[in-house]
Design a protein around this ligand. Sequence first.
Ligand SMILES: NC(=O)c1ccc[n+]([C@@H]2O[C@H](COP(=O)([O-])OP(=O)(O)OC[C@H]3O[C@@H](n4cnc5c(N)ncnc54)[C@H](O)[C@@H]3O)[C@@H](O)[C@H]2O)c1
Length: 262
Amino acid sequence: MPIGGEALAGRVALVTGAGRGIGAAVAMRLASDGAKVVVGDIDAAAAGTVAERIGKAGGTAAAMRMDVADAGDRERAVEAAAKLGGLHVLVNAAGILIAELPQDVTPASWAKVFAVNVEGLFFTCQAALPLMRGQKHGRIINFSSTGAKLGTAALISYNASKSAVLAITRGFATQFGREGITANSVLPGIIDTSMWEVINAEVGPMIGFAPGTMMEDRVGRIPVGRAGVPDDVAAVVAFLASEGAAYVNGQSINVCGGLLMS
Ligand SMILES: NC(=O)c1ccc[n+]([C@@H]2O[C@H](COP(=O)([O-])OP(=O)(O)OC[C@H]3O[C@@H](n4cnc5c(N)ncnc54)[C@H](O)[C@@H]3O)[C@@H](O)[C@H]2O)c1
């Protein structure tokens, strides 16, 4: 994808979980809209590959090995953004799931999911605030999931964590809207990434699907008739990051082909 859009010229974005899947598509898209991008991922090699792709396409990107659950990594990622000229767009895309039925969840497995999906996301938002408040401009875009609204027993900790994301986003939206900082959640539905390999292999069989068939069942319920691709979600994130979204704040935006209708 050639780089050269103007919508985010002069802006700097930090995208977590940007080494693959939806986060990688978001990083590429924001770069193609003109932003300089910090590509953060716990998988340093994957982050490096995405940053290299952006650079080869004519954009500017810095790769960061970033575990969102680690305070030092969060600070270093914000510093990397500052070196590129500020921090205008924060996209919290890093997320994990553990397939477990309610009766099998342990305090340790619950904590593992929440450490990334909730604490990691919340404290990355918090770490971004000093720069965003200094600029009087910021766009926080947090990844929830339609799972926050639709029940799946074998994803109970994941779905609970994604519901927490909605509350966190509303808190930031309420507190910092007057300072030019908006916060919104995106709720992807069934997006074809490696996350679905895990769901198909581990979640599906726990709730009665033959291995490898759960995604097909879910896609059959989507009114637009197909699974989503990472670029479908990246396009919505790009809009939320843009000037045109200045008056969109505290919203929960489903990107799911109508699987869930708000
Ligand atoms: N794929 C879907 O259908 C779907 C649906 C709803 C919500 N989501 C959400 O969208 C986001 C992206 O999902 P995806 O499908 O691209 O997932 P994915 O598993 O393909 O990619 C997730 C990325 O996050 C990184 N990551 C994991 N733990 C991390 C950590 N502690 N710190 C930093 N990076 C970490 C991984 O290395 C990976 O590159 C996630 O938050 C996910 O929950 C996805």
